[in-house]
Design a protein around this ligand. Structure first.
Ligand SMILES: C[S@@+](CC[C@H](N)C(=O)[O-])C[C@H]1O[C@@H](n2cnc3c(N)ncnc32)[C@H](O)[C@@H]1O
Length: 269
């Protein structure tokens, strides 16, 4: 059974309660006015998120070199450039630095509060990294990062926070920054992840796109949709699959299945 079959089965096996929840979500959508405010104020909501949570919300991502072996493979003697888009407070990049990976790291995020926290970290060293605020849905980054200069770009739980109308243009901008042959390493929320199934009526903005209580938003990707947008933006798909994991928190007695999506896509040479 392929991963796609697995999710199709999973989709079919949604419990009656889950199917009802998905239907109920359609009974009251976020108004157009509210949706446009969420888009306009996206930066404000992420700034508030980091003011409230600082470094406490996301855990350091220690799985990345196991899942993305491209991070450890060293094909050339030159120092490679890694662009972490939507770096948050550095839960992806700082473990890589601790492991001593030989990259020059460019880290950017929509939230200036997140960037401030990254820059204050004891692991931040401007000899081998640079962090700055940018909105990746605009082309501002083209004045910060040279075209055709990036070996590896990472999008870890970031594209889901972007409005779906801006997915392709955002991926096209990232494509410009990569060297020919450069790679994007991607992980994000998968279709019918339990977080999607839990949204109540009044939170759905559009198909598979939702607002959270705190004003941040999240899209849930199918492999087919992800493949199409990356191809549309000029990438070749090397890998694209659902990942099934569990979120376990013994203290709070939580043990729930999760659906993520993981992809590796390449800018053609
Ligand atoms: C779930 S966090 C992921 C952080 C980090 N990649 C990690 O692995 O922990 C999503 C991040 O995307 C950032 N983000 C949302 N929209 C963005 C945009 N348009 N441009 C750049 N960053 C954005 C948010 O500020 C937030 O820090």
């Amino acid at each position: 059974m392929t991963e796609i079959d697995e999710i199709t089965c999973l989709t079919k096996q949604l419990s009656v309660e889950e199917q009802l929840r998905l239907e109920q979500q359609n009974s009251r959508l976020v108004t157009h006015f509210k949706a446009s405010l969420l888009e306009k104020d996206a930066r404000k909501y992420w700034d508030l998120f980091y003011k409230r949570n600082e470094t406490r919300f996301f855990k350091d991502r220690h799985w990345t070199t196991r899942e993305f072996t491209e991070l450890v493979e060293k094909k050339s003697t030159e120092k490679r450039t890694l662009l972490e888009i939507g770096c948050g407070v550095g839960n992806f990049i700082f473990p890589l630095i601790e492991e001593g990976l030989d990259f020059f790291i460019i880290a950017c995020d929509l939230s200036s509060k997140a960037i401030e926290i990254v820059q204050k970290s004891k692991l931040y060293d401007d000899k081998h990294m640079r962090a700055f605020q940018v909105d990746i849905t605009t082309e501002e980054i083209l004045s910060q990062v040279e075209i055709n200069s990036v070996d590896v770009a990472t999008l870890i739980f970031v594209l889901s926070a972007v409005h779906p109308d801006k997915f392709i243009s955002t991926l096209k901008t990232i494509n410009k920054l990569l060297k020919p042959g450069g790679i994007v390493l991607f992980r994000d929320y998968g279709l019918y992840d339990m977080a999607q199934l839990r949204f109540k009526a009044g939170h759905k903005i559009s198909e598979n796109f939702y607002m959270r209580q705190d004003g941040t938003r999240s899209y849930y990707f199918s492999v087919e949709f992800l493949s199409n947008i990356f191809k549309e933006a000029g990438f070749e798909i090397a890998e694209n699959t659902y990942i099934h994991r569990r979120t376990i928190n013994k203290k709070e007695n939580i043990d729930v299945p999760r659906v993520f999506i993981q992809a590796k896509v390449v800018k053609p040479k």
